[in-house]
Each structure stands twice: as structure tokens, then as C-alpha cells.
Design a protein. Structure first.
Length: 301
């Protein structure tokens, strides 16, 4: 299933994407939100599969899709350097942040949950805050069952589904704060997530997903999940080692090569730029960088 969150008549509604991803069928209000379904585990998902949609499907052009999830247990969990080509292209570009050789274990960090916006929302651009806004197309995993020290062979039992994400980053802020990633990746209303959650049973091969990032009509990232350095199962196993993952946690699984900071000449995002992020089988997001996004995230700013 492809489950989405849509705002209809001022209410946040749970729906199923239908008709070749062109419409949404609304599910009963009694099921709650998509947050409730994800946190409810396998039992909640079985209930969803057994219900009938309310009324005819609504064209997606007539609704506003929001981020699939809005309630977060913690920061967004993230993976760095999970495509070897991205590791190689970034050498020497982060002023001492790079390990001397490819890491033997996944690199994890977090970003604030207030970064999350919907698949068509404006990215809250602020040129006074940073002059080096960068794009990072990624596949996001949604955890659907609590677990600690999960072995790789059981990893998929803990995954609810997949989303598309773009880890918009401010490279100068990363460098200004000791080379750490938190500040340069935690600016409010800057991380598109969506357009819906695709459950794992919808994906034949999780290592055959094509990831693309397009800026103003030009494709700047184009790769496949088969190029990942550490597979999804390994990420879950290592991240959960001694640390409980909770249903509803979001894990970004890394970006491939092509980021703006590693290009020569470098490419950074600015006011009015349109970023399209797509992953085959998971959908597409289209977001514009705008000061209006900042105003929407912070009324009266």
C-alpha cells in the first residue's frame, strides 16, 4: 500500500494512493492518522487493509499532501557516506571532516524533527543564515516495530515502509560549528519528506531503486540503491545495537554522488530554485526554495 497524509477541509486525513498514483482514497477517521497506524504496529496495519475507503477517490491535484509523519519520537536518524562514490567525491571538501579511508561501519548522525516539510511545501530559504545550501536525495526507512540489537536477518520485520527525502544541508554552517553535522542539517522547514509511505510489500527489490535529484530541470544526482556501501539490513542492525529503535522513527539511508558541494565549480541552491526528488516506486517531490517558506514555518518572522 501507499499511505499518505492529506489535508481535507482543514482536517489531516489518512488515505491510500490509487489510480496509478494520481488519486487518494480517504480512510475512516476512526483509524486516526498515519502516525497512529505506523505506531500501532502490524495489528493496526491489518485493520487498515481490511477497511473500505470513504467515498470516491480524489485526484491528487485537488488535495494538499503533507509530510506522511508529523509526530516524532526523536530527531530524524541519518546515515552519512553510504555510497562509495559520494565518499570519494567529497574527499577534501569538508576541511578535516573526512575519515582517512572508507569507514568499516556506517556513519550515523541526527537532524532536528522540525526540519520536516511536505512533498510540495516551500523549503524555508534564508540567505542570511547560509550561502551554501545543498541538496541530497535519499531513501528514507520508516521503522514500524520497536527493536533493540536487531540482527540483520530480522531487520525487515521492523520496517514499515519507504519514503523519499531530501537532506537539504547548509555546508558553511557545518564548518562553522566544528565540522559537526547537526547544525548544518537542522534548519527548520528544510527537509522534504514524502510524498507518501510505500509499504515494504510493494517493493520487489529494495536494491533496485533509482534515486534522482533534479534542480531547475537539470538532473544532478542519478544512482541506484544497489550502489549502497552498507545495505538497509546492516544499517538497522548497527544502529539498533544497544539502542532501541521505535515505531515511527525515520532513518535516512544516505545520498549518492552529485551533491553541489563536491562539484567543480560548486553548485548551491538559492531563492526560487526548484528541487525535484524522485525514487522509482516511491514517488516524487517538488519543492521550491523561498523566503515564503520561512514565513510559513514561522509566522511573524
Amino acid at each position: 500500500m501507499k499511505l499518505a497524509s492529506a489535508t481535507i477541509g482543514g482536517l489531516r486525513r489518512l488515505g491510500v494512493i490509487v489510480a496509478d498514483d494520481s488519486a487518494i482514497a480517504l480512510l475512516p477517521l476512526s483509524l486516526g492518522t498515519l502516525d497512529d497506524v505506523v505506531r500501532g504496529g502490524p495489528a493496526a496495519m491489518e485493520t487498515v487493509r481490511g477497511v473500505t475507503a470513504e467515498g470516491p477517490a480524489i485526484p491528487l491535484a485537488d488535495v494538499q499532501l503533507g509530510p506522511p509523519l508529523r509526530r516524532f519520537n526523536r530527531d530524524i536518524l541519518c546515515t552519512g557516506w553510504n555510497y562509495w562514490d559520494h565518499f570519494e567525491e567529497s574527499k577534501g571538501k569538508r576541511e578535516g571532516q573526512d575519515p582517512p579511508e572508507p569507514p568499516k561501519h556506517p556513519t550515523f548522525f541526527t537532524k532536528g524533527p522540525d526540519t520536516v516539510i511536505g512533498p510540495a511545501d516551500d523549503i524555508a530559504y534564508d540567505c542570511g543564515l547560509s550561502t551554501k545550501w545543498d541538496y541530497e536525495a535519499e531513501v528514507a526507512l520508516i521503522i514500524g516495530r520497536d527493536g533493540r540489537s536487531i540482527p540483520e536477518e530480522h531487520a525487515w520485520l521492523h520496517v514499515f515502509g519507504f519514503c523519499v527525502a531530501n537532506d537539504i544541508s547548509q555546508r558553511d554552517l557545518q564548518r562553522a560549528h566544528g565540522g559537526q553535522w547537526l547544525k548544518g542539517k537542522s534548519i527548520d522547514a528544510t527537509m522534504p519528506l514524502g510524498p507518501w509511505i510505500t509499504t515494504t510489500d510493494e517493493i520487489d527489490d529494495p536494491y533496485g531503486l533509482r534515486i534522482q535529484c533534479e534542480v531547475n530541470g537539470e538532473i544532478l544526482q542519478d544512482a541506484s540503491t544497489k550502489q549502497m556501501a552498507f545495505r538497509f539490513e546492516r544499517l538497522i542492525a548497527e544502529l539498533s545495537r544497544g539502542m532501541t529503535l521505535r515505531a515511527g522513527d525515520v532513518l535516512l539511508t544516505g545520498t549518492p554522488s552529485g551533491i553541489g558541494n563536491a562539484r567543480d565549480p560548486q553548485i548551491f541552491l538559492g531563492e526560487g530554485d526548484v528541487v525535484v526528488t524522485r525514487v522509482s516506486g516511491l514517488g516524487m517531490m517538488r519543492n521550491r526554495l523561498s523566503m515564503a517558506g520561512l514565513a510559513a514555518a514561522h509566522p511573524g518572522y
